[in-house]
Design a protein around this ligand. Structure first.
Ligand SMILES: NC(=O)c1ccc[n+]([C@@H]2O[C@H](COP(=O)([O-])OP(=O)(O)OC[C@H]3O[C@@H](n4cnc5c(N)ncnc54)[C@H](OP(=O)(O)O)[C@@H]3O)[C@@H](O)[C@H]2O)c1
Length: 197
């Protein structure tokens, strides 16, 4: 479906009062330009987390410059940043991590090692958990809303640990240094669904 056609339909729905805002997910800046030629994009939902930084080069500045709300998903990189992931973990049934290269050796071990380094930094700098520091980091990178995928109500308990403070530039630099020590060539394409034919 051409992006302009989608935009026309969404603009009609908004005008009719059936939706409150026009939001898109996994759009590139060029696709948002095409959508915006019909009606403004008000919110964008891309993947983003400490490990998957692709949007920093295009979508993030594009949205920040245009006051488009960023509501990023995958805050915990499918659990790699939850603080509970281990190398023994098995993925069952239709769990997408069975096919995600980030969860296959040797890459899996590298991610776990990086997560451990970041956890240590979070403890040293703020006495916070890896999960709290990861979500906080995201919000302090100019993302307005961070979606993390709690599967059970108790997994939402860390919310309080995330609010009311900010990560420092020194922590951000420490994170970048930790990531530079491992190579992370796998991008967010494994988070997002494939393009439609
Ligand atoms: N628009 C799109 O294309 C798109 C694509 C992907 C996702 N999304 C949206 O984003 C949401 C989140 O995505 P995601 O599930 O990939 O997010 P995520 O936050 O990166 O990872 C979620 C995983 O983190 C673990 N977790 C969550 N809270 C935890 C806690 N308190 N303690 C320990 N582990 C915890 C869970 O792992 P365990 O299963 O190991 O417990 C869960 O499976 C989805 O539900 C969906 O709404 C959108």
């Amino acid at each position: 479906v051409p992006f302009e056609k989608t935009a026309e339909t969404m603009a009609r729905l908004k005008q009719a009062g059936k939706i409150r805002c026009c939001a898109v997910s996994n759009y590139s800046p060029e696709q948002m330009d095409a959508f915006s030629s019909v009606t403004p994009v008000q919110l964008a939902q891309p993947p983003y987390n400490l490990f998957e930084r692709g949007i920093e080069k295009d979508v993030l500045p594009y949205c920040n410059q245009r006051n488009i709300v960023l509501m990023a998903y995958g805050a915990l990189c499918r659990g790699l940043l939850s603080g509970t992931m281990t190398r023994e973990r098995q993925f069952e049934g239709d769990d997408l991590r069975k096919w995600d290269p980030k969860f296959r050796k040797p890459r899996f071990d590298q991610y776990l090692a990086a997560a451990q380094k970041i956890e240590k930094l979070a403890r040293e700098h703020f006495d916070r958990s890896l999960l709290a520091a990861s979500v906080r980091w995201m919000l302090d990178m100019n993302v307005e809303i961070a979606i993390w995928g709690g599967r059970r109500p108790e997994q939402m308990a860390p919310i309080d640990e995330i609010m009311g403070w900010q990560v420092t530039d020194t922590f951000k630099q420490g994170v970048d240094q930790a990531l530079a020590e491992i190579s992370v060539p796998i991008g967010p394409q494994f988070m997002a669904p494939g393009a439609r034919d």
